[in-house]
Design a protein around this ligand. Sequence first.
Ligand SMILES: Nc1nc2c(ncn2[C@@H]2O[C@H](COP(=O)(O)OP(=O)(O)OP(=O)(O)O)[C@@H](O)[C@H]2O)c(=O)[nH]1
Ligand SMILES: [Mg+2]
Length: 361
Amino acid sequence: MQIGIVGLPNVGKTTLFNALTRGHAKVERYPFTTIEPNIGVVKVPDERLAKLKELIGAEEVTPATIKFLDIAGLVEGASKGQGLGNRFLAKIREVEAIIHIVRCFPDPNIAHITPDLNPIRDIEIINLELALADLEIIEKRREKIKKDPEAKEELKLLGRVAESLSKGEPPELNKEEREILKGYHLLSLKPTLYIANLGEEEEVPEDLKKYNAIGICAQLESEMQELPEEERAHFRAELGIGEMGLKKLIRESYRLLSLITFFTLERKKLRAWTLEEGRNVREAAGRIHSDMEKGFIKAEVINYSDLIQIGSLFSSEARKQGSRVKREAFLSQAREKGLLKIEGKDYKVREGDIITIKFRV
Ligand SMILES: Nc1nc2c(ncn2[C@@H]2O[C@H](COP(=O)(O)OP(=O)(O)OP(=O)(O)O)[C@@H](O)[C@H]2O)c(=O)[nH]1
Ligand SMILES: [Mg+2]
């Protein structure tokens, strides 16, 4: 999964990026620090992986990952070439989701691009720029197909989309229309997670609730990443801040995008994968390898919660055996109890399914 980070200049985008990726990308007190995009990959924390590893005796564990892209700040007029932003908007057209970070911390030492702190207005500035950048793409396409008799439907749809975007509003679309527009990679249609970058004292402002914004203190999160693990927990407790911001943010991203996690176990390799909710097991196979999707025969599926349940019944003696024996014994127990099921291509993958794909090459 790829997520792009957008916002006005100097609002803490790179600070958040560094906190997320444990990176050391340049952060400065002045706007337009970021020019070339920062790219970082984060492992999705998932406690189930450690439990599965221990139970099944996996030797190699690969968590799911999210790639974050931190681009230059956008300003009013970015879509018309102001600032640096527009050049880099293209970089985030391919991402699946957007994190829109808005400044809510009052620090007078950090310049803000507008004279006062007004998060709602700031959000609207960015959203308008994204909409205008999309509008440009739509207009180009309209121009290209305006004489094509076969493109009447598309033209009509594009006309309606253009009208909403020029008002800075995201168009209302049904599933089919979304499908048609997919190839345009419109920024305004991407699921967006709003983050209020708070000072140490602030809470998420009331009027940001309509954006379902989540509050994070990017500065603190980023400083905390520098501490050793044990100290971090202690520090969080002392400051009275809850779970790690990164975890919260990733969880929210999954919820926002209706994403689930499934697992595969091949030989001794345990791996977590991300999938959109509602996809079938054949599509899941495609995430692993296109050959698996093409040659799909069937899948063996057991859910994490069921496996854990059998695990607790598993004798400690068997646990001491080699991993191969252990895994086989495990699976035969699961089969006996009817928990390991054989599923066809239409089976809808559930959160926490552990899947073995049988396929023809
Ligand atoms: N007080 C305070 N300062 C912060 C916070 N987050 C970021 N800053 C400061 O704000 C300044 C800008 O931070 P950056 O992370 O570089 O902001 P940016 O959005 O990436 O900026 P550009 O790349 O220039 O668009 C730096 O001096 C940060 O230390 C915060 O939560 N509180
Ligand atoms: Mg930056």
